[in-house]
Design a protein around this ligand. Structure first.
Ligand SMILES: NC(=O)c1ccc[n+]([C@@H]2O[C@H](COP(=O)([O-])OP(=O)(O)OC[C@H]3O[C@@H](n4cnc5c(N)ncnc54)[C@H](OP(=O)(O)O)[C@@H]3O)[C@@H](O)[C@H]2O)c1
Length: 200
């Protein structure tokens, strides 16, 4: 049975991804609050501890990653560090520390988002981080060995998140989590690498 780790498995996207993975997978569901597989992606020691516990695996899907929303002119160094340490370096460290654990022909699937190409007010940090995540995927894809692949999913705002975000995404067409989840499945089960799958 193939082993898939879903980081952020209890979130809006993560829940839909877990539901979309069929019964051929053993799904390791990891979050900060998980009793069995706790992880904080902003903490390298916690990432290493998860891999030591899980051992070898076939796919990593990351549906977690925080950024700070705020105005450019008010953004402090501490605010910038939130996205850098969490959504960006969290995902980068999840990949680099997994290189000794991922099986040949395995895959990494990371998450960016629409705001680097279709920005909103307060979204400057999200825009920056999303582009950096996508750049990492492009660069890492040509270096991964043993036919290991890496892709990224870039969703628009989710229908399920519109109650929270509607005021900031006026005129955007939201997508349902179950449709966004399909892009993660495509990344895990397909053969492509270095791609950004836009669900927008
Ligand atoms: N929702 C949207 O409309 C949307 C659109 C485009 C892109 N995205 C991106 O998609 C990703 C997930 O968004 P979401 O809306 O699904 O998030 P969410 O509903 O807030 O869920 C986040 C998930 O990640 C876990 N998590 C949070 N911080 C973590 C940490 N430091 N380490 C490990 N796990 C952590 C949470 O569980 P615990 O609290 O137990 O840790 C939860 O399972 C984010 O990067 C977001 O920018 C979201």
């Amino acid at each position: 049975m193939k082993k898939v780790i879903v980081i952020g498995a209890t979130g809006t996207i993560g829940k839909a991804v877990v539901a979309a993975l069929d019964s051929s997978y053993e799904v390791i569901q990891a979050t900060r609050n998980s009793a069995e597989y706790p992880i904080d992606i902003s903490d390298e020691a916690s990432i290493k501890a998860l891999y030591e516990k899980v051992g070898s695996f076939d796919a990593l899907i990351v549906t977690a990653g925080a950024v700070h929303f705020g105005l450019l002119k008010e953004m402090t160094e501490a605010d910038w560090q939130i996205g850098l340490q969490n959504k960006l370096m969290g995902q980068v460290n999840l990949v680099t520390h997994a290189l000794d654990y991922i099986n040949p022909k395995g895959s990494f699937t990371l998450t960016s988002g629409i705001l680097n190409t279709d920005p909103i007010l307060y979204g400057v940090q999200a825009a920056m981080i999303n582009s950096a995540v996508e750049g990492f995927v492009t660069g890492a894809a040509i270096e991964l060995e043993n036919n290991v692949r890496i892709n990224c999913v870039s969703p628009t705002v989710l229908s399920e998140s519109m109650d929270k975000y509607e005021a900031y995404f006026k005129g955007y067409l939201p997508r349902d989590a179950k449709d966004v989840a399909k892009a993660y499945i495509k990344s895990v089960e397909g053969l492509q690498t270095g791609k950004v799958y836009k669900v927008q």
